[in-house]
Design a binder for this molecule. Structure first.
Ligand code: ANZ
Ligand code: ZN
Length: 813
């Protein structure tokens, strides 16, 4: 049994604290390495295995970088605004501020007990007015630069949470938070113009080292589509509409057009005859989510408007329909329907007996709809062109009459940031009857959240009922005016927190440009993949917007990103309170100490994959730790019987193992491949035992060197225990002030030869021996080889012939 326990954790945590070992040295900023973990939401429950996996292991990576000579900046803070605290307040009457601050207190203690290198002097708490003052500042800057605006729009509304949601927070039609079905509401809301950066957000991917899958998710979400807009005139009316299409080459195949039910034109062009039918259809479609409407197997429905439009390429009259498979939120909310070459249009045309025309030829497929590539047919002068050339030629022609042009379309929508909830940063806007929308002057920030609010859940935001908060004076004319009562989405708080960490005490500005240019970008960002299309996209957008306003100089906030996997319960399911399969680290840490727990998480899982919890894995790790201590004690007790010059075969082998281990740990830990790092260290430990257990006199100088190296490379992975072992070896505090050992290439060149081994004339395996080995040594190696001995089972070896440099021949019967 080793001496390692939570006592040792406490001893070293105290010492690290007292000696300010992890204090970021601002004078050494040239060497900075910014290691950032997605900050946590201060929920009431204890840190779970997942927190440990994310924060503990990333801390090991950061410690490794410290040993490699970097000035590591590893801050931690809290994403402290948000719905759960407010919902909790409604249920219990405990104010969100009180419960949140309480939780932060507990979590901070637990995070400290983890023994991570967090420099708490640089912490941020987003619900602190010292922080959200600058979140409000950010809003004002975006507003000044036309990147924050208000519009009346159809928005996602969660009836359970009583608030609007961003598109990103609606998961397949359901609220991301409470999992209730999301409905639609027409409301005036605040948006950030992320769409302005759509192209750059795509382009920037090439400059960042991120998982390809995450980039692909963002790319999909941004949804760039290269196509054209084509204008159709309504017959006998002075009305036009434009349709976005990716297939202008099929224009001759258009047999009808479709407007989305929400398109305001519907009202203008629906004739008396169809009015009643149309109104009831539109009512019907309101009940359906966009997801349902887009489903390919969904039965297509629609109503004729009674009006016709002119196909601009050939003057043909086509009927205009309304159907909910066309979305108002995409493109122009209108579609030119080509049932011959589009699946949805085909289904619709079949149902309503609309004509279906072939305009793209296929050499081997004459069924419709045909969605592949081919040459144009039934398209007058364009016949015979490839579809690519056809696209261009048709748009060129329409361009002359201004009825068609190229258009790039994105699926990305502007970011809806206002929330009708209390526990968020108030939007710093004032409404004046005379002056209209007036931003709060910067000097009046923060607009503080009042504490004394009424939480009764009546669908009205607590701020709306707070007279003192609402009533104010217009900053422009001084007349009585009213405050905006919506608060900002918490994703606004987290869209810039990494900029505040390095300059968190600044009272003049959100951050100092010169300083922040030195500290950013973040070198390594670690967090869950579920943030791909929300936080990670928002933060990139805000960073670019700040760059364009002159507040930062670079373009991408997170140079390199890695996602941790998920630790599942022993039943293989995601841990959740309701399933009762949550693994709490506390009892394990109590029993084994935090480093054993940390090492287990490292060794038991591939970091980016995670997997189900298996507590059987802990004991072997505990033994590993015990054995490390034992080898050190064995060495210390042996120090007399030594031949420090000796560098024979055993010493060379051990030295090879040492340098090979250093090389592997260096390489693997850098890539978050902790499991293989630990496996290599276990091998080195075995090698040390093997060497120490031989009877002959040993080179203890070499053993000591190796033990020192061993403790240093172990240190990032088991920080408290390594510190203790470092002390046991009589070394000066702290192991974290050491340099990660360099491996010696020369020690890695082993002079070996490969020999084939035959049994009765048949090659049965290969062995590796050192050049210069004696015949006896070669014979011994051959016979103890696993494959060979398996082959020899039940047989008696009659003779062994060694032909040096070539072959070993075994005769057996
Ligand atoms: C004619 C056509 C012919 C089309 C053809 C496709 C194939 P992406 O790639 O997603 O951008 N479309 C346009 N706006 C729409 C809306 N608001 N709701 C539903 N569908 C809409 O898709 C672009 C295509 O989706 C457009 O090209 C249009 O149909 C349809 F053989 O126009 B296409
Ligand atoms: Zn005014």
């Amino acid at each position: 049994m080793s001496s390692y326990s939570t006592k040792i954790d406490e001893k070293w945590q105290k010492k690290w604290d007292e000696t300010e070992l992890y204090k970021f040295d601002t004078d050494n900023v040239e060497q900075k390495l910014y290691c950032l973990e997605m900050f946590s939401y201060p929920s009431g429950s204890n840190l779970h295995a997942g927190h440990w996996y994310n924060y503990g292991l990333t801390d090991s990576w950061a410690r490794f970088k410290k040993l490699k000579g970097h000035e590591v900046f590893q801050p931690m803070g809290f994403d402290a605004f948000g719905l759960p605290a407010e919902n909790y307040a409604i249920k219990t009457g405990i104010h969100p501020k009180d419960s949140t601050m309480n939780n932060i207190d507990t979590m901070e203690k637990q995070l400290k007990a983890m023994g991570a290198m967090f420099d708490w002097d640089y912490s941020v708490v987003t619900c602190d007015p010292k922080y959200y003052r600058w979140t409000q500042w950010l809003f004002l800057k975006l507003y000044e630069n036309d990147l924050a605006f208000r519009k009346n729009a159809q928005v996602n509304w969660c009836p359970q949470c009583n608030t609007v949601l961003a598109n990103e927070q609606v998961i397949e039609g359901f609220c991301e938070r409470c999992e209730n079905e999301v409905t639609k509401k027409k409301l005036t809301q605040w948006f950030f113009k992320i769409t302005k950066y759509a192209e750059e957000l795509l382009e920037g991917h090439k400059d960042i080292d991120w998982p390809e899958k995450t980039k692909a998710m963002q790319k999909n979400w941004i949804g760039k589509s290269i196509g054209s807009e084509i204008t159709f005139k309504i017959v006998d009316k002075d009305i036009n509409f434009t349709a976005f299409t990716t297939r202008p080459d099929t224009l001759f195949g258009v047999t009808y057009a479709v407007l989305a039910p929400e398109n305001p034109l519907v009202d203008e062009i629906t004739t008396k005859e169809y009015r009643e039918q149309m109104d009831s259809y539109i009512e019907e479609t309101k009940k359906r989510s966009e997801i349902e409407r887009q489903a390919s197997n969904d039965e297509k429905t629609g109503v004729f408007t009674g009006s016709f439009a002119i196909n601009p390429i050939n003057g043909e009259k086509i009927p205009v329909w309304v159907a909910d498979y066309v979305l108002y939120s995409y493109g122009t909310g209108a579609v030119m329907a080509v049932p011959g070459h589009d699946e949805r249009d085909f289904q619709f045309a079949t149902k309503y007996e609309l004509p279906i025309k072939r305009v793209i030829e296929s050499s081997d497929d004459d069924s419709l709809p045909f969605t592949g590539e081919g040459k144009l047919v039934n398209s007058d002068e364009f016949d015979g062109l490839s579809w690519q050339d056809g696209k261009k030629a048709i748009i060129d022609k329409l361009n002359q009459s201004k009825l068609g042009k190229n258009k790039v379309q994105y699926k990305l929508r502007d970011w809806l940031v206002s929330r009708q909830r209390y526990w968020g940063a108030p939007i710093p806007i004032i409404y004046c009857d005379d002056c209209g929308v007036v931003p709060v002057p910067e000097k009046d920030l923060p607009v503080e959240l009042p504490y004394d609010v009424d939480f009764s859940p009546d669908g009205i935001s607590p701020l709306k009922k707070h007279e003192d908060f609402i009533n104010t004076h217009c900053p422009k004319c001084g007349k009585e005016a009213k405050r905006e009562t919506d608060t900002l989405d918490t994703f606004v708080d987290s869209s810039w927190y990494f900029l505040r960490y390095p300059d968190n005490e600044n009272t003049e500005k959100p951050f100092d440009k010169e300083w922040i240019d030195k500290m950013l970008p973040v070198d390594k960002y670690v967090g869950g993949p579920e943030h791909a299309c929300m936080h990670l996209l928002y933060a990139r957008f805000i960073f670019k917007a700040l760059r364009d306003m002159g507040y930062v100089s670079s373009s991408e906030p997170f140079k390199s990103l890695i996602h941790q996997g998920i630790i599942l319960g022993p039943d293989g399911n995601k841990m959740s309170k309701s399933k009762g399969n949550v693994i709490s680290p506390d009892s394990y840490i109590e029993e084994y100490g935090s480093d054993v727990f940390r090492l287990y998480l490292m060794f038991g899982f591939a970091y980016t994959e995670g997997g189900p919890w298996d507590e059987n894995g802990i004991k072997p790790i505990k033994r590993f730790v015990d054995r490390i201590e034992r080898i050190i004690l064995t060495y210390l007790q042996n120090s007399s019987d030594s031949d420090d010059k000796q560098m024979g075969k055993e010493e060379k082998e051990l030295n090879y193992l040492r340098h090979n281990t250093i090389k592997s740990v260096d390489n693997d830990t850098d890539k978050f491949q902790f499991n293989t790092s630990i496996a290599r260290m276990m091998e080195l430990l075995n090698g040390l035992f093997k060497y120490m257990e031989t009877d002959k006199s040993k080179n203890l100088k070499l053993v000591r060197e190796i033990l020192e190296d061993f403790v240093i490379i172990l240190a990032p992975h088991a920080p408290h225990f390594a510190e203790e072992m470092w002390e046991k070896l009589g070394m000066e505090y702290s192991v974290f002030n050491q340099q990660f050992p360099k491996y010696d290439e020369r020690a890695l060149v082993m002079d070996t030869q490969e020999l084939a081994v035959q049994i009765n004339g048949k090659v049965r395996g290969k062995i590796e021996v050192e050049s210069g080995s004696s015949n006896e040594e070669i014979e011994k190696t051959a016979l103890s080889n696993d494959k060979i001995s398996a082959n020899l089972e039940g047989k008696t070896v009659r003779k062994v012939i060694v032909i040096k440099g070539r072959i070993v021949n075994i005769v057996a019967s």
